[in-house]
Design a protein around this ligand. Structure first.
Ligand code: AOF
Ligand code: ZN
Length: 338
């Protein structure tokens, strides 16, 4: 049974992923329906924000009563609230399914589909491939539980973790292929965030629909290329609370979330990167590593957050993807909080 459950939940993941980039701020959800004999009779996924939930779509595709006494698989607990559509659990009950299998509970406080299904005498199995499900919808989970955007920090370093030489030369550490790929990845995020230091040092354009610049003392020039395109949110001491004399970084993210930003791609130097990491505000690191060694202890490090004495003080991460890009590699990892 477990093997079968896992097989169909995996199918839900694959279906759910088809909604990537189109369903935000809602979760990616896929659904598979089996009839009482164990044959797949319907499958669907949440296709676009505001449209039918995966379960509703899969069930409404059925012609007759094929789902009666069958099993419904979905990667997220079915909803029980009236949102843009009526509760999915009501339709599951109406279609007389015997069993519902899902991967993770819905962190949305409005949702308690499990109890409603159980009250209707439907057998519920939860927690199948739960970790994978949580990883798939990690942005949605952070948004809904913390009211903060999901934050990915991008950095490009030498093998000894440097982002520039002591005089600030950084052009170029990684190959054209890697830099092109890094720019492409921006499209996966609602907002790019950078610092006035980076704007002043590199004068980048950073083409994107929404950019946030941390510029406490309003130091950047009106002619900075970054201002030439897209919507800009400038966080300064005039609109953001200070904490120890610096911009309160968490407040900046809270504000971005209020403005509808679910995910942020940070491109900055070691000082801001170190501060963000220290405050637990980074969820993931994308590190592009070039096969170069600067061999210079005065070069600039990608993270400059403070002084630590012990390895046990390290911030730990979990690598989940390694990609080779021309002569370089891209290491994607999740920061293990706490
Ligand atoms: C989805 N798609 O397939 C499922 C969701 O904005 P609404 O009214 O569509 O409701 C969104 C909530 O519904 C969402 O936060 C999640 O808790 C639940 N399930 N949402 O967009 C789906 N199954
Ligand atoms: Zn629903």
């Amino acid at each position: 049974m477990l093997k079968t459950d896992e097989k169909y939940i995996k199918m839900c993941f694959a279906l759910a992923k088809r909604g990537k980039g189109k369903v935000s701020p809602n979760p990616m959800v896929g659904c598979v329906v089996l009839d009482k004999n164990g044959n797949v009779v319907s499958r669907s996924y949440h296709k676009k924000y505001g449209e039918n939930h995966a379960e509703r779509d899969a069930l409404l595709k059925l012609q007759n009563n094929e789902a009666e006494c069958g099993t419904l698989y979905v990667n997220l607990e079915p909803c029980s609230h009236y949102g843009k559509t009526p509760p999915c659990v009501d339709l599951i009950i109406e279609k007389k399914l015997a069993r519902v299998v899902y991967a993770m509970n819905d962190p949305n406080p409005k949702v308690n589909g499990k109890d409603k299904l159980k009250n209707a005498k439907i057998e519920v199995t939860e927690g199948i491939l739960e970790e994978e499900a949580k990883f798939l919808n990690r942005i949605f989970i952070k948004n809904i539980t913390q009211k903060l955007p999901y934050v990915v920090l991008k950095t490009a370093t030498t093998m000894d973790g440097k982002i520039a030489t002591q005089i600030g030369d950084s052009k170029w550490i990684t190959s054209e292929t890697a830099r092109k790929y890094a720019r492409k990845l921006r499209q996966d995020f609602d907002c790019i965030l950078t610092s006035s230091n980076t704007v002043i040092a590199d004068n980048p354009t950073m083409k994107h629909k929404f950019k946030c610049i941390l510029d406490k003392d309003l130091r950047i020039s009106n002619n900075a290329k970054i201002l030439s395109q897209g919507k800009i949110y400038l966080a300064t001491k005039y609109n953001t609370k200070l904490k120890n004399g610096e911009l309160d970084l968490k407040k900046v993210f809270k504000e971005l979330y209020k403005q509808g930003v679910c995910s942020v791609y940070v491109e900055c130097g070691g000082t801001l990167a170190g501060a963000l990491l220290k405050e637990g505000l980074i969820d993931e690191v994308y590190q592009f590593i070039a096969p170069k060694i600067l061999n210079d202890n005065t070069g600039l490090s990608c993270f400059n957050g403070g002084n630590y004495t012990h390895i046990s003080d390290s911030i730990n991460l979990k690598i989940y993807e390694i990609k080779k890009l021309d002569s370089d590699i891209l290491l994607k990892s999740v920061v293990l909080q706490g």
